[in-house]
Ligand binder design. Structure first.
Ligand code: NDP
Length: 457
């Protein structure tokens, strides 16, 4: 992979993503001397002095302990250009300020992204320009396809990075080693042996002031349509011949082409809910409907659960339950694999042979295998015992990892054009059923584990 000197241009540099995730990610990359740009330009319509921008960059780098020469040089030369990225003249001005091959990072609201891409068509893009697109990529399969067509007019596909930072977390990438680099798991990674797979991303945080984005997205689009389907794909894919971008992204695309809402029935296979007012850890949390900036009539869900089927030889009949929500009692972020009961358990063993479970923690970087074995007190009584492994702390943040792919010109962990469209197609039957109110919008008190009616499962 080539790594020519680059200028990273952050479009939307005054936003939440830039400050909270992107700059710290860049800092982690520099702290590890794992690559980076030669020049950093922030742009936005809002006014901001060069000093203020340098301070923002410097604070993020300091937090990430990026203190080497490269980091210092980037901070010292960081520029802020006040500009509207939807205006052709402003884009020209930004590109003229680039001393190296530009990487345009779209840290912009998704609705603005297509307008900026249309404006870019009227600009002479320097040779080698790279475009990094944030999720959500479009708002349905049609708009994602339109955005893909527009991007094709601008740069070749290998210079487009559709970011899904979940693919940059080492916990998620560890799935590849867990499955394919030992003798134990791959032989049982199929419908013969696995009863059910749950991929859960529950947060205890409520809306946190993000109504402008979240109220038009909801839990299904924010998490399941993008991040969790990517995790499903890595979990369920066939073995790639190599981890290069062609091999890995082809097997991911292949398994997603086999993925559909279970039974083709979005009503029976999905549930949605939103939180109501409650006191959580002594703090009052308002009802989602009363949060500032929320239009309650949109019926946006803050908890979504959809069961998918992967209709291929390996997975026929195994439910894949994907769930994500906000303002829940627990920060539970994991994959739970429940294995089928053993056949022909010897008579004479007492106790209950609970199903074996593999729990892959998506936050703490750990794996736990709950196995039924002989008990400690009575050797003929069964007990379930966890075998646990904690993996090493990640060196790079997830954004550090995706930025490394961009600077190395390696799109392996970015989402391919067809997959971005496919993920919309997979969830569209559910979105339609919810839009038509064919699935009830349940409620749960903030800080609880979800609607009471969901608890019996
Ligand atoms: P923001 O809503 O904070 O917007 C980012 C910046 O975009 C704003 O600061 C604003 O800068 C600029 N902007 C807003 N409206 C317009 C407009 N009409 N025309 C031109 N520029 C505009 O977004 P986030 O930073 O939260 O997110 C950016 C992207 O990253 C989104 O696609 C989001 O989905 C994605 N993302 C965000 C995450 C997060 O935690 N924030 C997590 C994962 C992905 P100015 O007013 O200065 O022009």
């Amino acid at each position: 992979m080539t790594s020519e000197p680059t200028t990273l241009v952050v479009l939307g540099a005054s936003g939440d993503l830039t400050e909270r995730l992107l700059l710290p990610g860049l800092g982690s990359l520099l702290a590890e001397s794992a690559g980076g740009p030669r020049q950093l330009i922030g742009t936005g319509r809002s006014e901001r002095s060069a000093d203020e921008w340098r301070q923002t960059v410097s604070d993020a780098f300091e937090e990430a302990e990026a203190r080497g020469e490269d980091a210092t040089a980037i901070v010292d030369s960081a520029q802020y250009i006040q500009a509207d990225p939807t205006e052709v003249d402003d884009l020209v001005r930004i590109l003229e300020a680039c001393e190296h091959t530009p990487i345009l990072y779209f840290a912009l609201p998704p609705t603005i992204t297509i307008t900026v891409c249309e404006a870019l068509e009227k600009v002479d893009l320097p040779e080698g320009t790279v475009l990094a697109m944030e999720k959500p990529f479009g708002s349905d399969s049609e708009s994602a396809a339109a955005l893909n067509r527009q991007l094709q007019k601008l740069v070749p596909e290998e210079r487009v990075h559709r970011i899904d930072h979940f693919l940059g977390t080492s916990t998620v990438l560890n799935l590849i080693g867990l499955r394919f680099a030992n003798r134990l798991f791959e032989p049982v990674w199929n419908a013969e042996n696995i009863e059910r797979v749950e991929i859960v991303y529950d947060e205890d945080l409520a809306l946190e002031g993000r109504a402008a984005y979240y109220d038009s997205a909801g839990a299904l689009v924010d998490m399941i349509q993008s991040h969790l389907l990517q995790v499903l794909a890595l979990f369920a894919m066939e073995a790639p011949a190599s981890l290069d971008e062609q091999d890995l992204r082809s097997v991911l695309a292949q398994v997603l082409r086999a993925t559909e809402v279970a039974g083709g029935d979005p009503v029976a296979s999905s549930r949605r809910a939103r939180y109501t007012a409650a006191s959580v850890d002594g703090e009052d949390v308002p009802s989602y409907a009363d949060e500032e900036g929320v239009d309650a009539s949109q019926n946006t869900e803050t908890l979504a659960e959809v069961t998918f089927a992967v209709n291929n030889r390996r997975w026929e009949g195994v439910p894949f339950v994907l769930r994500s929500g906000k303002a829940l009692s627990e920060n539970r972020k994991n994959i739970v694999v429940t294995f089928k009961p053993v056949r022909g358990l010897p008579r004479g063993l007492s106790g209950h042979a609970r199903p074996d479970r593999l729990v892959i923690d998506l936050k703490q970087n750990g794996v736990s295998l709950d196995l039924t074995m002989n008990g400690g007190d009575d050797p003929f009584a069964l007990e379930q015992v966890p075998l646990q492994a904690t993996l090493r702390e990640e060196r790079l943040t997830a954004y550090g990892e995706v930025l490394r792919g961009i600077f190395d010109n390696d799109p392996t962990i970015s989402v391919r054009a067809d997959v971005a469209e496919r993920c919309w197609r997979i969830v569209e039957p559910v979105l339609a059923a919810w839009r038509d109110d064919r699935v009830a919008l349940d409620e749960y008190p903030a800080g609880s584990s979800g609607p009471a009616s969901w608890q019996e499962d």
